[in-house]
Design a binder for this molecule. Structure first.
Ligand SMILES: [Cu+2]
Length: 442
């Protein structure tokens, strides 16, 4: 074969089978030291960021596609990225020591994420997490539906709180005895998208998709919008089976809800307060300000709902395969350890299941603290609380287990691999409250 003929064939092959560099535009995320300006201080606060942004860049992908993310660690310590709630290949789950090596300082790691579910997810490190998240490393990951519903706006509110000192710096003691004896590190500055009490502008008649993500280390939110009708249309990145009004929904660290919020056509010039009602004293989080203009036509939206996914009946004949008792002990790295069945991570009491077999797990909280328990790579259904049937019209990936409470969940392991299972109060997790569920092929 002469050279020119070979060149033509090479050219044709190149057109038919483009290299991956053409097929996928990788996204870059760089963890690095940076600054963030809070309104109360003269000088910016030193933080750790993705791409110099607090919160990290809002990632939007489309369901059914594969996203390639090149993570560059430019911190002075190892890190990783975990994609909270996404059901992806186990090797991409971002848990050092379980699914990958830690990404060292100056090193890169390429994540390939096949986006199976449309919804609201988020990302954060899974290394020295109580410090890395608290210093600012977190962002929201939206997976869009194939056909985007016509809401007038799609708002993403990453809720957080910061423990700031008078000089504007982040309180730099982590995993303190105080944090560990209580419900982790609660901050003194609540923020939405890293802004303190922000104001959001709307027009009368708008219908908004409002995505709330609790990215705090430990604080639990129960958001309330005074005077506006808001319905919960999705929980933890999955549409609900039945839409219900937002009333005292407990959003623990890790949890997300998507709301359908209607601004009445006659509400021109009004101001609506968004506040947190989880703690005894409610406090303001944000305001929604309606322009004094003529109303727009309210969009017709049929929020997507999911057919009954893993219905409760499916678990009727299933016995509880694992009970994890949640409690504190003396000892461990910080003097106080948080255990699952008296074991501290990595010396954990683990579970192993077969692919596709329905499972029941009970989280039994023997302590007087809060434990939002999260399982990676799976949606589960809450079946019972304290032995009584629960009837939640949705599935979750994180459930708050209250003091002395017992919560039984059901799920079907659909993705093989070793999936981390832990308390999402970062300080409890760092102090040992982690284990794994190993899902094996039949
Ligand atoms: Cu906990």
């Amino acid at each position: 074969m002469n050279l020119s003929r070979m060149a033509v064939i090479t050219l044709i092959l190149g057109l038919l089978f483009p290299t991956s560099a053409y097929a996928e535009q990788p996204l870059h995320l760089e963890a690095k030291e940076s600054y963030h300006q809070f309104p109360f201080f003269d000088t910016p606060t030193p933080v750790w960021s993705y791409d110099d942004q607090i919160p990290g860049p809002l990632i939007r992908g489309r369901v059914g596609t594969t996203m390639v993310i090149d993570f560059a660690n430019r911190l002075k310590e190892p890190s990783s990225i975990h994609w909270h709630g996404l059901r992806i290949e186990n090797a991409m789950d971002g848990v050092p020591g379980v699914t990958q090596e830690p990404v060292g300082p100056g090193k890169n790691f390429t994540y390939r994420l096949k986006l199976e579910d449309a919804g609201t997810f988020w990302y954060h490190p899974h290394f020295n997490s109580s410090e890395q998240l608290e210093r600012g490393l977190k962002g929201v990951f939206i997976v869009e539906e194939a056909a985007k519903p016509p809401w007038s706006q799609d708002w993403v509110w990453l809720m957080d709180d910061w423990l700031l000192q008078k000089d504007g710096t982040i309180y730099s003691q982590f995993n303190t005895g105080r944090d560990l004896m209580h419900d982790g590190r609660w901050g003194n500055v609540p923020t939405i998208n890293a802004r303190f009490r922000p104001e959001f502008q709307v027009k009368p008649g708008e219908r908004i998709r409002l995505r709330l993500i609790n990215g705090a280390n430990a604080r639990i939110f129960s958001p309330h919008i005074e005077g506006l009708a808001a319905s919960v249309i999705a929980v933890d990145g999955r549409p609900v089976t039945e839409i219900f009004p937002l009333e005292r929904f407990v959003l623990s660290p890790g949890n997300r809800i998507d709301l359908d919020v209607r601004i009445p056509p006659q509400a021109g010039g009004s101001i609506f307060a968004v506040e947190d009602r989880f703690t005894r004293n409610a406090f303001p989080l944000a305001t929604i300000k309606v322009a004094p203009s003529t109303p727009i036509d309210t969009p017709e939206v049929t929020p997507p709902t999911a057919a009954d996914f893993i219905p409760a009946q499916m678990f009727a004949e299933v016995k509880v395969g694992k009970t994890w008792d949640l409690d504190a002990i003396r000892g461990g790295r910080f003097g106080i350890g948080w255990t699952m069945n008296r074991k501290l991570w990595p010396d954990a009491d683990k579970a192993a299941y077969r692919l596709g077999e329905p499972q029941k797990v009970t989280f039994k909280n023997s302590s007087s603290r809060l434990h939002p328990m999260h399982i990676h790579g799976v949606f589960f259904r809450v079946l019972e609380r304290n032995g009584k049937k629960a009837a939640e019209p949705f599935t979750r990936d994180t459930v708050l287990v209250g003091p002395r409470e017992s919560v039984t969940i059901g799920f079907v392991p659909e993705h093989p691999g070793i999936w981390l299972t832990h308390c999402h109060i970062q300080e409890h997790a760092e102090a040992g409250m982690m284990t794994t569920i190993d899902v094996k092929h039949n």
